[in-house]
Design a binder for this molecule. Structure first.
Ligand SMILES: Nc1nc2c(c(=O)[nH]1)N[C@H]1C(S)=C(S)[C@@H](COP(=O)(O)OP(=O)(O)OC[C@H]3O[C@@H](n4cnc5c(=O)[nH]c(N)nc54)[C@H](O)[C@@H]3O)O[C@H]1N2
Ligand SMILES: Nc1nc2c(c(=O)[nH]1)N[C@H]1C(S)=C(S)[C@@H](COP(=O)(O)OP(=O)(O)OC[C@H]3O[C@@H](n4cnc5c(=O)[nH]c(N)nc54)[C@H](O)[C@@H]3O)O[C@H]1N2
Ligand SMILES: [Mo]
Length: 803
């Protein structure tokens, strides 16, 4: 916050006076003539970019206009940060692309013909059509979509927002985006928490001796984390980057390990093989904090439980898995201090095996030589990686979605998580695997958010991977399905769902498509009605989830809504009212925040609306100043409180039943990716892989309209390594066409030594109108894993030619 800021009593409008604006003065520098003091109000704001940085900003407002943003001091100053995206918000707020009035389609879908209508007309017409669809086909024939646009906890797509309440009240289906889903799925089933909750707080990286940047690009995609890694490195931590592309993290690492794409699971299995050979496993952790001593019944694959011994009712809470002592007695884990973790036991004519022995058998299938063959990493390097990770501890795996965006994503991550468990690198300071969200605490009154009646017993979820089925063919999982209309906010499926041509066809077939956005997104182009929402700084909100640090961040309504734009919070209330649910939506944003903070947890951390508004950020960490550690002491948020490298009852997250193969799910498992695997048939016609990179200058499409950033990042390139460039006769600056059976992208080529032979890459987030021709999202497949629904963006085989 600006150092000498004095409180002033006035601000632009009555509604703004309560925001504790600050007046700032230009600091005098020796030798520089003093400038006229500048009158400006400084409001607290929150960047809501889905880099999950959740940075706190000062919004400098003069005469009601945002003139600049600056870093705002956080309640925990180690998270004081701002990036080029945070600095360029004024360009977004006043972008020529901003929508300023509701629009109604007048021509064919996607023809770009619109007429401006009033809010009253728009809401009344939408409600009428919505109700007609719900009356004819049921409330679930309308779906709500939302993703990264704004995770605000009041008016955004945050789980604590009014949007969550609206979905429940209307009984709409949810469009399941199936992005970044393999990691979430693996972490939930193995460690009891979603991927965004299984890492320690970022500042705890200072306590790591070894950091593997494995399938992540923190230099670009987790800027709130990167400096902790560089600081740890300067303080002596080993930093290793495992990535098929040589990126900025690789450049600062002690060791860069170029891995063949989507073979991370094989690497983790090979490393575990070495760990076991060398005796580097953490026996105490395995015994006491994992399912290692549980006994697996061969017929059902389930653990032996008290009910099998006649000591509890099957399925009751008391029916816990049992373990065995050295004398062969069975009892609950609490009653046996040193359970047997290896071997078999005969019981009632069956041979039961400990979960740990089953894991060891699986690992034994993966000697370093096999892992080396699969990954392209020399055996000696795999051995060194195993030693570093298991011996130079605590070790953190900083991972994100590099190995997730493949058909085999969840297999890659199940092996990586098993490696962390085998070596005891979870649940202690300096260790962990995953990404941190809100320092492990929610503290919000989530029950109140959805405490509203719903017209459906259970809302349906429709995978974005099956839009064509659900909308065009009216079938989903071989059953009749009516998906007739969609309300799209905070997301842009036409730009981001794989196989874009199919997405467009599906959206064209909808009876009603309503898009609420700040700008005419590529999805809005196909809408019947486009509703203009405010920029984040034009409405009151909080960032409560999807932030990596440990603070709750306040967003003051610093600016008047541009044109006729309205806050999403108000738009949802208008829609709810017109649809007949208005009585459940009688809140102001202040009341909503107060409702969220009405919990004992929030009170115990002194989180109140007034304090939040005054300070802008409030630390909300149950462990006070000590960094939050996930599953501290090895206590996992699973039913058994243990982590599971063996799953007795694996549940598919993919609801397309025919492909379920349980044999691949009980234990860590790995097989090749779908299109970019070595023997994939797709490779015959399309020999190259295309990796999507995330942009340093955008999050997905957001910031696409910022002139200042377009000056330094003027166009989307296809990156190609020197070897491939030579063999295809391509030079930097050539127009190239990257294509496969699904579509193409035409862009200029840029030869970059970072790309090894066989791998092209391109930055995602460029709109169709910013591309020479085609679109990156034309190229990806919606063919997803038989067990885990996930969009495999990088599992993408292509060919390249000069255009
Ligand atoms: N080819 C390819 N495709 C990919 C990926 C890839 O690697 N390659 N990555 C995928 C991943 S990881 C993700 S998470 C998705 C992201 O996909 P999306 O979440 O669809 O990303 P955006 O296109 O940025 O869409 C966000 C939209 O929300 C709007 N928005 C911003 N703020 C607000 C607000 O306050 N209110 C409302 N109503 N709208 C707002 C923005 O203007 C924008 O149009 O993309 C996926 N798509
Ligand atoms: N600036 C910015 N930040 C963002 C986003 C953004 O668009 N811009 N998007 C946000 C979102 S929604 C997401 S999902 C996250 C994504 O966060 P990250 O997953 O960190 O995303 P990327 O920057 O694509 O980095 C992934 C890295 O994995 C590598 N990789 C690709 N394939 C493999 C593989 O098979 N194995 C291994 N080991 N590595 C592989 C890539 O080369 C790349 O270096 O970033 C978030 N943060
Ligand atoms: Mo993502």
């Amino acid at each position: 916050m600006t150092g000498t800021a004095a409180l002033v009593a006035t601000a632009g409008t009555a509604s703004l006076t309560s925001c504790a604006p600050k007046k700032t003065e230009q600091a005098e520098k020796p030798g520089v003539p003093a400038l006229e003091p500048v009158e400006e109000d400084v409001y607290p704001g929150s960047c809501r970019s889905f880099c999950n940085g959740g940075c706190s900003l000062n919004l400098h407002v003069r005469d009601g206009k945002l003139v600049r943003t600056s870093m705002r001091e956080m309640d925990d100053p180690v998270y004081n940060r701002i990036c080029q995206k945070g600095y360029t918000h004024p360009y977004r707020v006043y972008s020529a692309e901003r929508l300023t009035a509701p629009l109604k389609r007048t021509g064919e879908r996607g023809s770009g013909s619109w007429e401006q209508i009033s809010w009253d007309e728009a809401i009344a017409e939408i409600a009428e059509k919505w109700k007609a669809i719900a009356d004819e086909y049921g409330p679930g024939a309308m779906a709500a979509a939302g993703l990264t646009g704004n995770f605000g906890g009041v008016g955004g797509n945050g789980t604590s927002s009014i949007y969550a309440r609206f979905k429940k009240a209307t009984g709409v289906s949810t469009l399941a985006n199936a992005v970044d889903a393999a990691t979430k799925y693996v972490c939930s089933r193995m460690m009891g928490a979603s991927f965004f909750n299984t890492a320690n707080e970022p500042k705890d990286l200072a306590n790591a001796k070894t950091i593997f940047i494995w399938g992540a690009n923190p230099a670009v995609s987790q800027m709130q984390i990167m400096h902790f890694i560089t600081e740890a490195h300067q303080n002596g931590a080993n930093v290793v980057t495992i990535d098929p592309l040589y990126n900025a993290n690789a450049a600062l690492s002690d060791k860069y390990v170029p891995i063949r794409s989507a073979t991370d699971g094989a690497l983790a299995l090979g490393m575990m093989n070495i760990v076991l050979q060398q005796g580097w496993e953490d026996v105490d952790f395995i015994t006491n904090h994992t399912v290692a001593p549980f006994l697996v019944k061969p017929d059902t694959h389930k653990f032996l439980r008290l009910s099998d011994l006649g000591k509890a009712e099957a399925g009751s809470d008391a029916d816990v898995p049992v373990v065995m002592d050295a004398e062969g007695n069975f009892n609950t884990p609490d009653s046996i201090a040193q359970p047997v973790i290896e071997g078999t036991v005969d019981l009632d004519g069956q041979t039961l095996t400990t979960a740990y022995s089953l894991l060891r058998d699986r690992i034994a299938e993966w000697p370093a030589s096999r892992a080396s063959e699969a990954t392209g990493i020399p055996e000696a390097d795999i051995e060194e990686l195993a030693r570093l990770y298991a011996c130079e501890t605590p070790s953190t795996i900083h991972t994100c979605f590099g190995a997730d965006h493949y058909y085999n994503g969840h297999w890659n991550y199940s092996c990586m998580v098993a490696l962390a468990l085998l070596t005891g690198n979870v649940g202690v300071s300096g260790a962990g695997i995953g990404v941190c969200n809100a320092a492990g605490t929610n503290a919000l009154n989530m029950k109140a958010v959805t405490d509203v009646p719903s017209p459906v017993e259970k809302a349906k979820s429709i995978q974005a991977l099956r839009l064509e089925d659900a909308i065009v063919n009216h079938t989903y999982n071989d059953e009749p399905c009516e998906l007739r209309g969609m309300y799209v906010a905070y997301v842009n499926p036409v730009a981001n769902v794989a196989d874009r041509t199919k997405t467009i066809e599906a959206f064209k077939a909808l009876d009603l498509l309503v898009v609420t956005d700040m700008t005419m997104s590529e999805t809005a182009e196909y809408a019947d009605y486009v509703l203009p929402c405010c920029h984040w700084f034009e409405c009151e909100d909080i960032m409560s989830t999807m932030v990596m640090h440990s603070c709750l961040v306040y967003q003051a309504p610093a600016l008047e809504p541009l044109g006729e734009s309205k806050p999403d919070f108000e738009i949802i209330k208008l829609l709810a009212d017109a649809l007949g649910y208005g009585e459940h939506f009688q809140f102001t944003t202040k009341e909503w925040i107060e409702m969220l903070l009405d919990t004992d947890d929030a009170r115990s951390m002194n989180l109140s609306y007034e304090a939040l508004k005054e300070k802008g950020t409030l630390k909300r960490i149950p462990t006070k100043d000590k960094p939050y550690v996930f599953a501290e002491g090895g206590v996992f948020p699973t039913p058994t409180k243990r982590a599971a490298f063996y799953l007795e009852d694996p549940k598919a997250s993919n609801d397309y039943k025919p492909d379920w193969d349980f044999e691949k799910e009980y234990l860590p498992y790995w097989e090749e990716a779908l299109e970019v695997g070595v023997n994939s048939p797709a490779r015959e016609k399309f020999p190259l892989q295309l990796i999507s990179e995330h942009s340093r200058f955008r999050t997905h499409v957001q910031w696409y309209d910022v002139e200042a950033l377009l000056e330094v990042d003027a166009e989307q390139y296809v990156y190609i390594g020197p070897e491939d460039a030579a063999s295809y006769g391509i030079a930097t600056g050539d127009k190239v066409k990257v294509h496969n059976d699904r579509g193409y992208l035409i862009a200029h080529a840029l030869i970059r030594p970072n790309n090894p032979p066989g791998i092209l890459s391109a930055v995602k987030g460029w709109t169709a109108s910013q591309s020479i021709d085609g679109h990156l999202s034309n190229l990806g497949t919606v063919q997803s894993n038989g067990f885990c629904a996930n969009q495999p963006f990088n599992d993408c085989a292509v060919a390249i030619e000069k255009a």
